[in-house]
Design a protein around this ligand. Structure first.
Ligand SMILES: NC(=O)c1ccc[n+]([C@@H]2O[C@H](COP(=O)([O-])OP(=O)(O)OC[C@H]3O[C@@H](n4cnc5c(N)ncnc54)[C@H](O)[C@@H]3O)[C@@H](O)[C@H]2O)c1
Ligand SMILES: [Zn+2]
Length: 355
């Protein structure tokens, strides 16, 4: 598989890790650092060491895993460690982990000494097909996700399915939601192709095509002025329900699980307000419910869910904009809906999971 060219860097597949060694040697970095979390230190660093035994001169910066640590305190910790280990402008940071590590590591690198080089080695399905391209780096502030950040491109992205073997099944399914989304918004044939695949043996070509779709969209519109908004399909409602669940449920929804719910609601809104036909709507619902767990959405959550939607940084002056499908593989954006119309989407979901 040929590398995918993005905004000034490439995304490598297949034996992508061997590229890392070439890359480090060619650039003559003064120091090399790996940013990991406890899980990726345990499961992913050994994979790197096994495939690249000759890469032995690096320092490790390790943080605790989880979204709750994607904050300024941990970021200060990363900057401090870089300083303590003598990082200079010519150092390289390799972010080895899921989206928390690639987002925070990208942010730490893009601001340390006004910016040092970084390479992304995403190790979850979600980070491989979503966080790996697009140049968004960032951290959370309080409850607000990704509110502090930069648009900075990495020097390279290295994708290897070897890492996915140790990933928890629920995380794997969650990441798959972005693959489903990419098919729905941009490629009907690809959407048909993913129907029969086994998540345990996810073919690298499937990940490749997903990255290709995201890359086409983000290179066409790097700063989300237009077509990049189609990547928000399922996310306007999905994000709000995800936030609600994080605050209220003992075992909260994972991102992709919330997006799956959001895609059902927004497919219904696509049908009602953007011409998606009934047959395709039913087909989308059947498949999403086949892959992802149902969520017991209750109408008592609607006021909070609506509030989270209004506060989402993607929405401005109280208007809630949607990306909606006109058919499988075609998505429009900047479609504004009223509160009662959005509630119809939530009600529809509640209705189908009862049946
Ligand atoms: N920059 C972007 O464009 C973009 C896009 C989508 C999501 N994101 C961000 O990504 C984050 C979510 O990413 P995520 O789902 O990868 O979360 P994550 O980084 O928290 O990883 C999920 C869990 O899996 C563990 N893990 C990672 N790789 C593993 C492996 N190979 N084997 C075993 N365990 C492993 C992690 O330690 C963690 O516990 C969010 O913060 C979100 O905002 C960013
Ligand atoms: Zn997402």
């Amino acid at each position: 598989m040929l590398p995918i060219k993005s905004n000034g860097y490439s995304v490598f597949f297949d034996n992508s890790l061997t590229e890392l060694k070439n890359f480090i040697d060619n650039a003559a970095y003064s120091k090399v650092f790996f940013l990991t979390d406890l899980n990726t230190s345990e499961h992913c660093l050994p994979v790197v060491n096994k495939l690249l035994p000759e890469l032995d001169n690096y320092d490790i910066i390790e943080i605790d895993p989880g979204e709750e640590n994607k904050n300024i305190d941990f970021c200060i910790g990363v900057w401090q460690m870089l300083l303590d280990f003598g990082a200079d402008r010519n150092s390289l940071l390799i972010n080895l982990g899921g989206g928390v590590i690639t987002d925070m590591g990208g942010f730490a690198a893009s601001t340390f000494k006004r910016g040092i080089d970084f390479v992304q080695v995403p190790t979850t399905l979600l980070s491989q097909v979503d966080a790996s391209v697009g140049g968004k780096t960032g951290i959370d502030l309080g409850n607000i996700k990704n509110i502090i950040g930069t648009f900075t491109q990495p020097k390279a992205v290295l994708i290897s399915t070897d890492f996915l073997k140790t990933l928890d099944h629920r995380q794997l399914v969650s990441g798959f939601a972005e693959i489903v989304k990419h098919g729905l918004i941009a490629d009907k044939e690809y959407y048909a192709q993913i129907q029969g695949i086994s998540l345990e043996k996810l073919p690298p070509e499937i990940i490749y095509r997903s990255v290709e779709i995201k890359n086409q969209v983000v290179t066409a519109d790097p700063f989300e002025k237009g077509i990049r908004k189609t990547l928000n399909f399922g996310h306007t409602i999905g994000h709000a329900v995800e936030t609600y669940s994080l605050k209220n449920d003992k075992d909260p929804l994972l991102h992709g699980e919330a997006i799956a719910l959001g895609m059902i609601c927004e497919a219904y809104l696509s049908h009602k307000y953007n011409g998606l036909d009934e047959i395709e709507l039913q087909e989308i619902i059947r498949y999403i419910r086949f892959v992802f767990p149902d969520y017991a959405l209750s109408s008592s959550s609607y006021p909070d869910v609506m509030e989270f939607m209004k506060n989402d940084k993607k929405n401005s002056s109280g208007n809630i904009g949607f990306a909606l499908l006109s058919s499988i593989g075609c998505c429009g954006y900047n479609i504004y809906l009223k509160e009662e119309e959005i509630i119809e989407g939530l009600e529809y979901y509640k209705g189908i999971i009862k049946k």
